[in-house]
Design a binder for this molecule. Structure first.
Ligand code: SF4
Length: 322
């Protein structure tokens, strides 16, 4: 159950990639909040900047990427100012990460027990039996019998390996877990199983989730609110149910039409014509204008601002709404 208290506040986040001859702006002026106990989803096509935002929030941006603007507050503290021990405590103890294909991130020649105990010993005062007991509890929490603690990664199925990664992400009781395509490499049945387990763990432990996936249907089911990104910008933020039933931004509507509906009669899916713009040659005005069937002349020279529409329960950046 999410509360109204804000856990993470992101304001005007801008991330650039420094090339030899040019600077590519991958994320520009992105703002949103993640509330306590909330699952917040980031949706959008590949390359729209979702993962770049996630890495920036976890302070994992590496050169040539660089956070060049904006602010990230976590529990009222300035995350971009964290260094040394404070930064180490922030990563894993307060914010942990389940990466895309995290199951392949387990070291194949080290038993699972050592990999989870290592995280517990490094970040808590627990060692020896106490750390092993905590590792066994985490295995149980994600539905794996603790007898299997000393097995090697190859002895587990893909779904189980992904569960171990979720156990490692949860073992320090973080307040926020960033999940970037956590189930993409798994078949749909295992995917659903794992998502249901994350929902149950979230209800039990009360952490917040930043959830990134290409699967808009899965996101709508799992998340409380969703932010939709296009070409490095946030274009709409709304409750998941409003994204499903009353999307306001033409891109959100187009994205919704490219996924099979969760219920109701079968309908022909429509893709979105064209491709997202090259970040080195962004169109003037609204970045979605070249693909937008509802574009106005104004859209091709003036970029729409992100505005809050309480009556529509959303924030959106589109001239049609202003
Ligand atoms: Fe379409 Fe114009 Fe709205 Fe952009 S601002 S989404 S081009 S209508």
């Amino acid at each position: 159950m999410s509360s109204d208290r804000v856990l993470m506040k992101v304001r005007d986040l801008t991330v650039d990639y420094m090339g030899d001859f040019e600077v590519l702006r991958a994320v520009e002026n992105v703002s949103f909040d993640i509330r306590e106990g909330e699952a917040f989803g980031l949706a959008g096509e590949s390359g729209c900047g979702k993962s770049t935002v996630a890495f920036a929030l976890a302070r994992l941006t590496r050169l040539p990427g660089l956070v060049t603007g904006g602010a990230i507050e976590f529990g009222g503290e300035d995350v971009l100012g964290f260094t040394g021990d404070r930064l180490r405590a922030y990563r894993w103890r307060e914010v942990s990460f389940v990466f895309q294909s995290a199951m392949n991130a387990l070291n194949p020649v080290i038993p699972a027990s050592e990999q989870i105990i290592d995280a517990i010993e490094t970040h808590t005062g627990k060692t020896g039996d106490a750390a092993r007991k905590r590792a066994a509890e985490m295995f149980e929490l994600v539905g794996i019998h603790p007898d299997r603690l000393d097995d090697y990664p190859h002895q587990f199925s893909g779904g189980m390996r992904q569960r171990i990664c979720i156990a490692i992400a949860l073992c320090l009781n973080p307040k926020l877990i960033i999940m970037d395509e956590p189930t993409t490499a798994l078949d749909v049945v295992v995917q659903r199983d794992i998502i249901e387990q994350i929902v149950a763990l979230k209800a039990e432990l009360g952490f917040s989730v930043l959830f990134i996936t290409h699967d808009l249907g899965l996101m709508i089911e799992f998340c409380d609110r969703i932010g939709v990104m296009y070409a490095g910008e946030m274009v709409e933020i709304a409750p998941a149910e409003a994204i499903l039933t009353a999307p306001q931004h033409p891109y959100t509507r187009a994205l919704g039409r490219s996924f099979p509906p969760l219920s109701g009669p079968r309908v022909r899916m429509e893709g979105i014509a064209g491709s997202p713009p090259d970040l080195s040659e962004l169109p003037v005005g609204c970045r979605f204008a070249p693909r937008c069937g509802e574009a106005l002349p104004l859209c091709r020279h003036a970029a729409p601002a992100m505005i809050s529409y309480p009556e529509k329960r959303c924030q959106a950046a589109c001239h049609l709404l202003q």
